[in-house]
Ligand binder design. Structure first.
Ligand SMILES: NC(=O)c1ccc[n+]([C@@H]2O[C@H](COP(=O)([O-])OP(=O)(O)OC[C@H]3O[C@@H](n4cnc5c(N)ncnc54)[C@H](O)[C@@H]3O)[C@@H](O)[C@H]2O)c1
Length: 346
């Protein structure tokens, strides 16, 4: 049973993001995972039972099908919502927005993920940028993986007064690894049809002051995204001053090609060697030795683990909505400690 100060959290949708959120919630000493809800009856739902989490069917019909498949089922989503203070909706794009009415009817606080529109909650969240503005709110949206990385890195530059404008090119993974038998591209590159791509405007939904434009292309791999940025700074700065700006964020990890971290797969392997669940890279992994400063211009590249980067943000968003931790940094440190996010990847 949850202690008196524990935030009771429900996760709706136990897929790529939902299962990572559930694991992360279970690791927090001020949160209790009251259960997860889904619609599937195959191995994915069996893993909920095996991991010791309570499983709920999204509907009576789903719960019945789960029982018929030999699963232990604790009830329906409606039952789960009755046990929670905050629900994190990790269902696929556009399904979550339809659940909002059910959350509101129960007076529940809720978090949506980046597949939904800003208007679905009226607030978009990245902890280091705007934690305080989410305090005690009914709802927020944790922005997408790419947008999270953009806001983290540009906020670090903004805080030191170095940021004038930023222009980025995003190489986007084609699909998530476990689904690569179903979709994904091979032997081609697919540019997004519009410039700017949606991530720049999305970053402005968190921080409207950011002068940012993005372009994106889908690439035939599944590991992670890779970003290249060109930044106009407010003044000339040294490389060390820029690196110090990034070091000030606990969720940007500086890496070096000279350590053998020369490609996305090597960094994922490092996360596996660190024993992180799902080989999660929660940080933006930014190449320090590649970073280049030329007068007042700055150039750098980084990796975004799309499956993992939003997990710490989601944990902070739970605390912000619950209002139990008032200072952003206190929540960030608690989350980082529980997830093993420290100053260096190696
Ligand atoms: N995959 C990523 O890299 C990534 C990164 C950042 C944000 N997001 C966002 O996170 C959200 C979830 O994406 P995902 O990749 O985890 O999706 P997913 O397809 O991997 O998982 C969704 C889960 O929800 C379940 N589901 C489907 N309909 C449901 C319903 N009506 N009720 C309950 N459960 C239902 C599915 O069975 C599945 O287990 C989306 O908004 C997405 O845009 C995804």
């Amino acid at each position: 049973m949850a202690g008196p100060k524990m935030i009771r959290v429900a996760v709706n949708g136990y897929g790529v993001i939902g299962k990572r959120v559930a694991t992360a919630v279970a690791l927090q000493d001020d949160m209790s995972l009251v259960g997860v809800s889904d619609v599937v009856t195959d191995w994915r739902a069996h893993m909920v039972n095996r991991n010791g989490f309570l499983l709920f069917g999204a509907t009576e019909e789903n719960a019945g099908a789960m029982r018929a498949a030999g699963l232990e089922v604790a009830g329906t989503l409606d039952d789960l919502l009755g046990r929670a203070d905050v629900v994190v909706d990790c269902t696929p794009k556009r399904i979550a927005a339809k659940n909002v009415d059910a959350y509101r009817r129960r007076g529940l606080k809720f978090i949506l993920q980046g597949g939904e529109k800003h208007s679905a909650t009226g607030h978009s969240f990245v902890a280091e940028s705007n934690y305080v503005s989410a305090l005690d709110r009914e709802a927020t949206r944790v922005v997408s993986c790419n947008t999270t990385s953009i806001v983290r890195t540009l906020t670090a530059l903004k805080r030191t007064g170095l940021l004038r404008r930023a222009r980025g090119t995003l190489l986007r993974r084609a699909t998530d690894p476990w689904e690569s038998h179903e979709s994904g591209i091979m032997n081609t590159l697919v540019p997004e049809p519009e410039i700017p791509s949606h991530q720049g405007p999305d970053a402005q939904s968190v921080d409207p002051d950011l002068d940012v434009i993005t372009m994106a292309v889908k690439v035939p791999e599944t590991l992670a995204h890779l970003h290249y940025w060109s930044v106009q700074m407010t003044r000339e700065a040294s490389k060390e001053q820029v690196l110090d700006a990034f070091r000030a964020s606990s969720r940007i990890a500086l890496i070096n090609t000279s350590d053998g971290l020369v490609a996305l797969n090597t960094i994922k392997e490092l996360m596996a060697d660190r024993g992180r669940p799902h080989d999660n890279l929660y940080e933006v992994a930014l190449w320090a030795d590649m970073l280049r400063v030329q007068g007042d211009e700055l150039f750098y590249a980084y990796m975004v683990d799309n499956q993992a980067i939003v997990i710490p943000e989601t944990i902070d968003a739970i605390r912000a909505l619950a209002g139990t931790v008032r200072a952003a940094n206190e929540s960030i440190v608690r989350t980082n400690t529980a997830l093993g996010i420290d100053s260096a990847l190696m």
